[in-house]
Design a protein around this ligand. Structure first.
Ligand code: ZN
Ligand code: ZN
Length: 670
């Protein structure tokens, strides 16, 4: 934080002060108690009221009272006002602050994301000879944990012991948290076992949390089993920790065993599912939670928005948005960004823009999400415009921002602009390009058909090319039907990632497009020999808030019969429009007629047939495919959008496709 702000004697600018005084609706003489009353009750939401009270406090001399001036700082430090610098300015005007005032500042530092300031304040506390007390250390230890200040943290803890405060429960649990965050679980355990005073359940919970953060799952489980008493927090710590360690099934088991759950329990399990990519499960738990009338708060909402974004579940996403509005849930940056990301990924770029405009404080990741959203929709000009605006507003772009704009250029074929941007990453912004940025450039050149340049570029890289880099080149070879280079790169990829089924699929695809069936067979055979299983294609479609998932050749749906007769009628109509199935997209070892059937059973076609059956004419269909959409389905969707006059919005693993009137927004490059 900048500490160079001009010092006004009151902490407020003179004009602010006189304005506050003149417009004041408060009487000019107030008792000490009345002043505190006003500060505590009237000033928590209105900065204007707060400044009025401040003016009166100065005029009546109450500012000299530490209790009053400290409370004033506390009001200014309310994260709601988002102006901690002002709180610090007011703090600096307090003559020799006592420990009460310092503790308020420390807490304010934590609440306003300035933990480093808390750590460095400790020296001043000692210089001012304001004896730290049991309320000082929990904030300090927390600040050390956040900033990773091992040395200071250890020193502060030594002072705790010296001042005879080591028996205090709050200090104990903060100490356990701090040491475990440093990875020093033994030190943490020492506090739990040997410290003065009883360790309460909160300390035990902190210990479980600490073990799990350090990946010591079994030790955590033992502690959990052997705890003298457990509360909901103990269960929650286990669930959250197991989920974070990727053991979502164990977490779920504990969750199911709980006799009583609170919001944190639900949040822990939903968040765990989302982080593991189990979005459907997250949605199921969320629905269950709704049934039990538990009101979701903002953490759950932002996890759920991520799930919606990945499932293409626009209806639920919209419901969350209106829930936020109905309950006056603030559009702060994390939640707002999750919301705009959901809209962008569900194909509603217009609404994503609206949300973006309405987020009062936009962080770099907010801009990144909007730029990324524009990029996947192929709106490169808009993405670059936003990037320029970001620069104008003096916001420093980070590595992810560049991935966004470079991707936008790649998908729009803006080679020169993309290259210029890539060079600026280091030269203008001083950011060392990472492998992802190189990947974007390979993609940029490759998509534009500049395959040789792309290959040369890989050769000139200062970092070792990884599979993603070669993958981008191989994909470009597939798009531009360059078998020679594609073959070479395809085999490099098989060497690098022999277990990745997608690499085999890509190479066999490259051969298939050149009708080199023997080579297709060779790749398939190798795959079989190595025991590589393909990831089955699956497509999800969002209909009226429920997400339906279909797998290739799916016959499990209760309406299978209707779906299949719909599919048949779609195929007939398409054939009349001149559609012929692209047989090269099916494994060669089934005969021609079967091949055609296999194609018509691709999960995306089943999902679309179901969507056409279940929705009113003219309704936009939204689907999400787990793999890259195949060429056959892509051309089928173009025709379906024309024949049935439907917009089809599909997100596959590579990008966004918006089918309308027989064409796709990707211009057939994906
Ligand atoms: Zn397909
Ligand atoms: Zn497309």
């Amino acid at each position: 934080m900048s500490t160079t702000t001009t010092n006004f004697p009151s902490g407020l600018k003179p004009e602010e002060l006189s304005a506050a005084g003149q417009n004041s609706t408060l009487p000019s003489k107030l008792s000490h108690k009345k002043v505190l009353d006003i500060l505590n009750n009237k000033c928590s939401h209105s900065l204007q009221h707060l400044k009025q009270a401040h003016a009166i406090i100065l005029r009546t001399g109450h500012f000299q009272d530490h209790y009053v001036s400290g409370t004033l700082v506390k009001c200014y430090a309310n994260p709601h006002f988002n102006d901690f610098a002002l709180a610090v300015r007011v703090f600096r005007q307090i003559p020799s602050p006592n420990v009460f005032v310092w503790n308020i500042l420390l807490k304010g530092c934590l609440e306003n994301n300035e933990p480093q300031m808390a750590v460095s304040s400790y020296k001043s506390i000692l210089v001012f000879n304001s004896r730290p007390n049991k309320f000082t250390y929990p904030s300090l230890l927390k600040a050390c944990a956040i900033t990773g200040s091992v040395e200071e943290g250890t020193q502060f803890h030594a002072h705790v012991v010296k001042h005879g405060l080591s028996g205090d429960g709050h200090i104990k649990s903060a100490g356990i948290q701090m040491y475990s965050s440093f990875g020093l679980v033994k030190e943490a355990r020492k506090i739990l076992d040997d410290g003065d005073g009883e360790s309460d359940v909160i300390c035990w919970n902190a210990m479980i949390d600490g073990y799990l953060k350090c990946g010591l799952v079994e030790v955590a489980r033992e502690v959990f089993e052997s705890m003298p008493e457990k509360n909901i927090g103990s269960w929650n710590a286990m669930i959250r920790g197991l989920a974070k360690c990727g053991m979502i099934d164990s977490a779920r088991k504990l969750f199911d065993d709980m006799s009583e759950r609170d919001e944190i329990s639900w949040s822990a399990i939903i968040d765990g599912y989302v982080k593991e990519g189990c979005f459907k499960e997250a949605l199921e738990v969320f629905n269950e939670m709704q049934k039990q009338n538990i009101r979701p708060r903002k953490y759950i909402l932002s996890s759920m928005l991520t799930a919606c974004a990945n499932l293409g579940a626009l209806d639920l996403g919209r419901w969350i948005h209106s829930y936020m509005e109905r309950n006056f849930i603030q559009m702060e940056s994390v939640l707002g960004t999750a919301l705009l990301d959901m809209y962008a990924k569900c194909g509603r770029l217009d609404t994503a823009w609206e949300v973006f405009e309405n987020i009062p404080v936009k962080e770099v990741f907010t801009w990144n999400a909007m730029i990324g959203g524009l990029a996947i929709h192929g709106q490169a000009d808009e993405a670059i415009k936003l990037f320029t605006k970001m620069n104008r507003e003096k916001l420093k772009p980070n590595d992810i921002t560049f991935i966004g704009v470079l991707n936008a250029c790649a998908h729009a074929g803006m080679v020169d602009k993309g290259l210029a941007l890539f060079h600026s990453v280091k030269e203008v912004y001083g950011i060392e390009p990472e492998i992802e940025h190189y990947g974007c450039v390979v993609d940029l050149l490759g998509r534009a058909g500049l395959l040789e340049e792309a290959e040369k570029f890989i050769g000139s890289m200062t970092v070792e090319p990884n599979a993603a880099i070669w993958g981008a080149l191989a994909n470009a070879c597939r798009i531009h039907r360059n078998v020679e280079l594609g073959e070479k790169v395809g085999w490099i990829l098989l060497d690098m990632e022999p277990q990745n089924s997608g690499r085999y699929a890509l190479l066999s695809n490259i051969y298939a497009r050149a009708e080199r069936w023997d080579d297709v067979a060779r790749v398939r055979k190798l795959m079989k020999e190595r025991g590589i299983k393909t990831i089955p294609g699956s497509t999800m479609i969002d209909l009226g808030g429920a997400v339906h998932e279909f797998k290739m050749g799916d016959g499990s749906h209760p309406e299978t019969k209707e779906i299949h007769s719909m599919l048949k009628s779609i195929m007939e109509k398409m054939r009349m429009e001149g559609y012929s199935p692209k047989i090269s997209q099916v494994p060669f070892d089934i005969d021609e007629e079967e091949k055609e059937t296999a194609l018509s059973l691709h999960s995306e076609k089943i999902a679309i047939a179901f969507g056409l059956l279940r929705t009113e004419p003219g309704t936009t269909l939204r689907v999400v495919k787990n793999l890259r959409v195949c060429e056959d389905c892509h051309s089928a969707f173009k025709l379906i959008s024309q024949i049935y006059s439907r917009d089809i919005i599909m997100r596959d693993r590579a990008r966004y496709h918006h089918f309308r009137n027989g064409v796709c927004s990707c211009k057939d490059f994906w």
